[in-house]
Design a protein around this ligand. Structure first.
Ligand code: DAH
Length: 358
């Protein structure tokens, strides 16, 4: 071995390393070169047969080969490991968005869908979402909305009362989302543009009423806000929501303690032939309440009615969902019956978008 040719040895080994296609093949090459009986080990052992300068030179050359081979082995090993990992990643690819049990694939509840659509429309108009608690104080649910203790409108809400606390204060399950108006005006300075969806409760139960239902409240406060802004905003909303460009929208005078003047909004519909079609026709359907925020409500919230004014509106989500999607009965909304869900539900991967039409 004293006559080993370090350059030739290096070339052979590096070529073999480059050609090795598995970690096992690489390990075999390592043993062949650097193992106890390996070629390089043997060459190093036989250095003793050389003398002086020749021994020093050969020693250096063999060390350089050993370094080069060790380095090549390491880098080839990590290349192979990376290739192996990539191959596994490719083969074992899992689509985490797929249902693992296709037979039970979920759908979006029509109520969630309706809310998503409403939020999409108002978001485009620059509204932000606000929230408030389901268990509300008498003050926020009634008093600050201009319904003092003895106000007859209180009787119209079939209110659920909580057990009074030690001071005799009884909270209520909010009968509407309007208290979120008050909470918002207390916290935010005008301009305000919020939409407040949520659960509401009234002691009422039949085919079109549930003790728990959902409403969506809207509130706009600013300078110089008029009934014209209210009308423009809500006409636009109705036409976008029902996806009927020329949908007739009517503002009928009404009364709510927290708005002055107040109106109810009707949309055109047709009952010809027993069915119900939304759009121009002989009939009207009431879909929401609205009005200019009563100056007394602004005062309750510390807003100067001479400096700011605004409008508010409230709508029942179940009613809107039933009208838009032709759902005849309210009760199955809360039954979690999969057959009903499959019939009225929506694809989770197809969220509503205003520009594609709702
Ligand atoms: N809170 C009313 C209800 O539950 C709905 C409503 C009407 C809300 C007019 C408003 C409004 O903000 O301006 O029947």
């Amino acid at each position: 071995m004293a006559g080993a040719d370090p350059q030739a040895l290096k070339d052979t080994l590096l070529a073999a390393i480059g050609a090795a296609s598995t970690p096992d093949a690489l390990e075999a090459i390592r043993i062949e070169a650097l193992g106890k009986k390996g070629e390089l080990t043997q060459a190093m052992k036989s250095l003793g047969q050389l003398e002086g300068e020749a021994r020093r030179e050969m020693g250096q050359a063999l060390n350089a080969v050993k370094d080069a081979v060790t380095h090549a082995l390491e880098s080839r090993r990590s290349d192979l490991a990376m290739a192996e990992l990539n191959k596994r990643l490719e083969e074992e690819k899992v689509d985490v968005s797929l249902s693992h049990r296709p037979e039970t694939q979920g759908v979006i509840h029509p109520l969630s869908r309706t809310l998503e659509e409403i939020l999409a429309i108002f978001a485009e108009m620059g509204f932000v979402v606000a929230e408030g608690p389901d268990i509300e104080s008498d003050y926020y649910n009634f008093t600050a909305l201009n319904m003092p203790e003895d106000h007859p409108a209180r009787q119209e809400h079939d209110t659920f009362y909580m057990t009074p606390n030690s001071e005799g204060m009884r909270k209520v399950l909010r009968t509407h989302t309007s208290p979120v108006q008050i909470r918002t005006m207390e916290k935010m300075k005008p301009p305000i543009r919020i939409i407040a969806p949520g659960r509401t409760y009234r002691s009422d139960h039949d085919a079109t009423h549930s003790p728990m239902f959902h409403q969506c409240e809207g509130l706009v406060i600013g300078d110089g806000i008029t009934m014209g802004h209210l009308k423009g905003c809500l006409i636009e909303f109705c036409r976008a929501f029902f996806d009927v460009d020329d949908l007739p929208v009517r503002f009928r005078p009404s009364y709510f303690p927290f708005t002055e003047p107040s109106a109810e909004v009707d949309i055109g519909c047709n009952r010809d032939g027993g069915g119900l079609t939304i759009g121009a026709g002989a009939d009207w359907l009431e879909i929401l309440g609205c009005g200019m925020v009563n100056p007394r409500v602004l005062e309750y919230c510390g807003i100067d009615p001479n400096a700011h004014q605004g409008f508010a509106f409230g709508m029942g989500l179940e009613r809107l969902a039933m009208l838009k999607y032709g759902i005849p009965d309210l009760r199955p909304f809360y039954d979690s019956d999969l057959r009903w869900m499959r019939h009225y539900g929506f694809m989770p991967f197809d969220p509503p978008s205003v520009h594609l039409g709702l």
